[in-house]
Design a protein around this ligand. Structure first.
Ligand code: FES
Length: 367
């Protein structure tokens, strides 16, 4: 029997899928929600009240670009009043002195700012937005000037991985407290662009060396988080800390999900905050109990000593690569589907193909 889980630690509020950037590895689903279907402010505040009552500790305001959602300061204020730690996950391109002040006054605790590269031209090519880098640099300056803790996030891949040392230097120059060097995850938009983004093993090894040196140099001043590409790992990542164990995601339209990509899994019913309470959904909905714990696991997970460490890996990756979300994540060397990973690495083209940009309803590429 799977034990009753504790309440979720963190709630990811995906306020909108609208975003000025078009990153080809975006974590949003390929089918983006329109503005007309977004939850209103009153519903979000009711959700935060339910979350705080359950024991949730943190709210991450995300998107799309959460600063494109009108009413963000009201949401930060409500979450803050409820005692929730508030984190803004932003591209920074809409962050100015005028838009930051109401968030600061509302009690915002932390800002996580994404960059597409340290090189401005490459960053703007990858993000698909001219002029973005200068806005981001100014956003970083404003955040630290306001005294808010700043985390920089770099999603890395074969087209920017050689600039990791420059990214780490940027974190130091911008006075970040933390920097995340995180490899692209290959589902949704990332999977569409896998051949354009998957690094080589040699590139990965160079990055590991750069991260190790930066950690020595930074000491306790700046924390460096490093997420490796799991295609080169022996063991899958414990995606979301296990399905329905630590995190709860809410989509712009109010679907309550164990992870941001769960809506890609066919045949499931996705509960909504419009119909049920968070508590009902977390503890009793078929969606959250489906892959929670270890009862659902197939062989070889079922008898594996790591099963309560990696939780069978990522359900969305298992679906994307094997056609069944209930299979072992093929990243695992013991998984029957592991050849899909080996094949993807073997088939990685010498020259990356054009990027497929994240856009509503169309798939446009560029070289
Ligand atoms: Fe859905 Fe990993 S992204 S379980």
């Amino acid at each position: 029997m799977t034990a009753t889980p504790p309440p979720p630690m963190s709630l990811l509020a995906e306020l909108t899928h609208r975003c000025p950037l078009q990153c080809p590895y975006c974590a949003n689903p390929v089918e983006l929600e329109t503005r007309a279907r977004e939850l209103d402010i009153a519903t979000w505040i009711r959700v935060f009240e339910e979350a705080a009552a359950m024991g949730v500790l943190q709210v991450h305001f995300s998107g799309g670009e959460p600063m494109a959602f009108q009413g963000l300061p009201e949401l930060v204020q409500a979450a803050s009043r409820l005692g929730l730690y508030t984190n803004l996950i932003t591209s920074g391109v809409l962050l100015t002195a005028e838009t930051l002040k109401p968030l600061y006054d509302a009690g915002l605790d932390h800002v996580q700012l994404s960059f597409q590269d340290a090189d401005p031209n490459e960053a703007e090519r990858i993000g698909g937005m001219a002029g973005a880098q200068a806005k981001k640099l100014e956003a970083a300056r404003l955040v630290t000037e306001a005294g808010l803790p700043l985390t920089l996030n770099f999603v890395i891949h074969r087209q920017n991985i050689s600039n990791v040392p420059a990214m780490l230097n940027m974190a130091e120059q911008l006075k970040a407290r933390r920097v995340e060097i995180a490899h692209t995850q290959y589902y949704g938009w990332g999977l569409k662009n896998r051949d354009a983004l998957l690094p080589s093993r040699a590139q990965l090894e160079e990055t590991e060396e750069a991260v190790a040196q930066a950690r020595l140099r930074f000491g306790s001043r700046i924390t460096v988080d490093f997420v490796t590409p799991d295609y080169y790992a022996d063991q899958p990542k414990p995606c979301m800390g296990g399905w329905g164990q630590k995190f709860i995601n809410i989509s712009p339209a109010g679907a309550v999900l164990p992870c941001h990509a769960a809506e890609s899994i066919p045949g499931l019913t996705f509960p909504s905050v419009k119909d049920s309470s968070l508590e009902e959904i977390w503890y009793r909905s078929p969606l959250f109990t489906l892959y929670r714990g270890t009862d659902w696991m197939p062989a070889p997970c079922r008898s594996c000593s790591q099963k309560e460490i990696d939780w069978g890996g990522c359900r969305c990756q298992a679906l994307a690569l094997t056609g069944n979300a209930g299979n072992t994540d093929p990243v695992c060397k013991q998984a029957p589907g592991h050849s899909a990973i080996q094949q993807a690495i073997a088939d990685r083209p010498e020259t990356p193909p054009p990027l497929i940009y994240r856009r509503y309803g169309n798939i446009k590429t560029t070289g």
